[in-house]
Design a protein around this ligand. Structure first.
Ligand code: FE2
Length: 333
């Protein structure tokens, strides 16, 4: 039973709750949860949420505006539009969560934001294939490798790649989308190589016709992302890497609306010479993207994540915690 008395837990009598005692009482009633991690996450969420209201002296109108904003985010969501990912992105939460969960040793390729436009229907293509159907795009050949932190090739990695068309839209943003375009899944070969034909990426505005766009406007922020290609790497035993490569010199290189750019992910495009054009069956003079990605093992990442967690909790003054499945919970045993 949910009733504290009948279940034998120590639920408090919920009477005369005030600004000063609502927080510990809410935490106490939630602490009947059996899952230790849920109990801990809810306790911290309630604590920060209540402090937010106390610190800002949140007005009733502001509280309602916040709720209506979330309702509007929910209403505009569809199978191909996720306003909540966008909200998380523009609030910097996506970048923060990725950085906490996927720390990289100095040699590992850094992560970047997933964004709201990854789909699960990209076709698996052989290396060298073209993933573009955009005749207006400037052709680009990509020659890449996947290696480990020791420089050894990693074969058999599934690599999901996606970018916008030359108008700055992902295929899912076109109402008449009949098939995936500007996206593909490749697999690295025995030498850790993968290569494909796409188009030179362009900068584009994130969808700004919804509540998140309105919020950016109120915050006097622009809605642009610098030109990039998304990459996602997956292989059992290896840390799941979600990243992107950004083209140097983009006007939004240092003001990405979703905070995804890192220096190590900014690259220069070259041009395809005659030999390379003949070898890969592309036009000489096309754009050339060359990049070596470095994956870290799951073991390397988990070790680093645990070390970072212990240090971060110490710095925050949070004691009496232990790590279970690499996540902190109260140490009550
Ligand atoms: Fe993107």
């Amino acid at each position: 039973m949910a009733n504290g008395k009948e279940s034998g837990s120590a639920a408090p009598p919920l009477l005369d709750l005030t600004i000063d005692n609502i927080t510990p009482n809410t935490i106490r009633i939630n602490s009947q949860a059996r899952d230790a991690r849920l109990k801990y996450v809810m306790a911290r969420l309630v604590s920060h949420l209540h402090d937010f209201a106390r610190e800002t002296r949140l007005s009733t109108d502001e509280w309602m505006a916040g709720l209506n904003f979330l309702i509007a985010c929910g209403k505009i969501c569809s199978d191909v539009r996720n306003e909540f990912i966008l909200l998380s992105d523009v609030l910097g939460l996506s970048l923060l969560v990725d950085s906490i969960n996927h720390p990289k040793p100095p040699l590992g390729t850094e992560g970047s934001v997933l964004g709201p436009f990854h789909t699960h229907d990209a076709p698996t293509l052989p290396n060298g294939a073209s993933m573009t159907s955009d005749p207006e795009g400037e052709p680009m050949l990509a020659l890449c490798t996947v290696r480990d932190t020791q420089g050894r090739p990693v074969p058999g990695v599934k690599i999901d790649i996606w970018e916008t068309d030359s108008s700055g839209h992902y295929d899912v943003q076109h109402a008449d989308r009949s098939a995936p375009s500007e996206r593909a899944v490749l697999v690295s070969d025995d030498d850790g190589r993968f290569w494909f034909q796409g188009i030179k990426p362009v900068s584009y505005p994130i969808p700004h016709d919804g509540p998140v766009g309105k919020l950016l406007q109120l915050l006097n922020r622009h809605c642009w992302r610098p030109a990039h290609v998304h990459f996602m790497f997956e292989k059992e035993g290896w840390d799941h890497l979600i990243t992107a490569l950004y083209i140097r010199g983009d006007p939004y290189e240092t003001s990405d609306a979703v905070f995804g750019v890192k220096k190590s992910l900014v690259i220069d495009l070259g041009k395809v010479d005659a030999d390379t054009a003949a070898k890969y069956g592309v036009q000489e003079g096309s754009w050339l993207l060359k990049h070596d990605f470095v994956l870290t093992t799951q073991e390397e990442t988990e070790k680093l994540r645990d070390q970072n967690a212990v240090e971060a909790l110490k710095k925050l003054g949070l004691h009496n915690l232990k790590l279970v499945d690499h996540l902190p919970v109260p140490d009550v045993d």
